[in-house]
Design a protein around this ligand. Sequence first.
Ligand code: NIG
Ligand code: FE
Length: 412
Amino acid sequence: MTTLLINIKELLQVRESSINKVSGAEMGILPTIKNAYLFIKDNLIAGFGSMENLPEIQSDKIIDATGKVILPTWCDSHTHIVYAGNREQEFVDRINGLTYEEIANRGGGIINSAKKLNETTEEEIYNQSKTRLEEVIKLGTGAVEIKSGYGLTLEGELKMLRVIKKLAKNYPVTIKATFLGAHAFPLEYKDNHQGYIDLLIDEVLPQIVQNKLADYIDAFCETGYFTVAETEQIMEAGISFGLKPKIHVNQFNSIGGIQAGIKHHALSVDHLEVMKKEDIESLKNTDTMPVALPSCSYFLSIPYTPAREMIAAGLPLALATDYNPGSTPSGNMNFVVATACIKMKMTPEEAINAATINGAYAMGVSETHGSITVGKKANLIVTKPISSYYQLPYAFGSNLIDTVFIEGNIIT
Ligand code: NIG
Ligand code: FE
């Protein structure tokens, strides 16, 4: 099956040869072709260029994209979209004055979601999660990382990871699974942290690996959650089983999680709302991708990741949603891109790079996703007719997506 898209107003993120990420000043450069064509063959990008150079191509289908912008689908490298129920009541409690931490300290938060998850059948969790996945695909997400971490028991964690595996099997988007058993300490382990860590390492992890249920390992390194030493134990165990770390750090406090992640060659360090100068310094010249989650900052009214300082220091930066029931009940990458521009002062070029190629890197899929490159998956966002790609962050509340292609097929 072949498809030819012609008269594309502007084709964004075109990279003749494959790159895996962009850093520092390069983030401000978004290569594009105006008045372009794009040729899809067997689910892959098979060619593209200026309409002036359109070769004679036989195609099963021709689509006229006059007035429309085309870009690679978003790569959302950090989500928790498999969960049960919601936490609307906590949302209202926060409106009425409680903080996220206060809610967590009285047994709400992650523990509340874990209780719901363990009381819900696997089938029901799958059904709730697939609705969220379908929604984000329509919003232009073509690759998504999904974490466990609302089980906090052997059975609960396995159940979540099986649901992620089933989503990956049943949907054409690329899904990476991350084991986040170290998300919070269950109440019964409040005073026995090592007991819970031993359970994760000695009982849960071997079963996950045996059943090939995870690609990465995560821990919530934060005051009141996992210390740096505890996070290191978890990362080391994951690495010994072949799982690279991708960790939650610096959401509320800077306690050394970034340095621990770098030491263990974490693929990414995520959140980064609270950054010290030395945290930015530590990330220089490493292979660890910093990931910002601006929808979380928005929803919790906490600081935004200091993107300008980080980019000025020559760092790369990725953007992801953090879609989860507590801190970010939204998986809309378009809103993330807009919020990064509006609140973090990223330029549209930087934000689009951060949400495509750098997002792909942060979930280990940059060989196949994140840019318009021959041989990469034909995962595309086709916009409605727009004046320029600046509209994407500018018209932050509008859905400007006309069509989404996943592996060359239109999602309906
Ligand atoms: O990334 N910070 C840790 N985990 C999630 C929130 C979890 C929750 O509140 O359910 C996050 O924000
Ligand atoms: Fe998260």
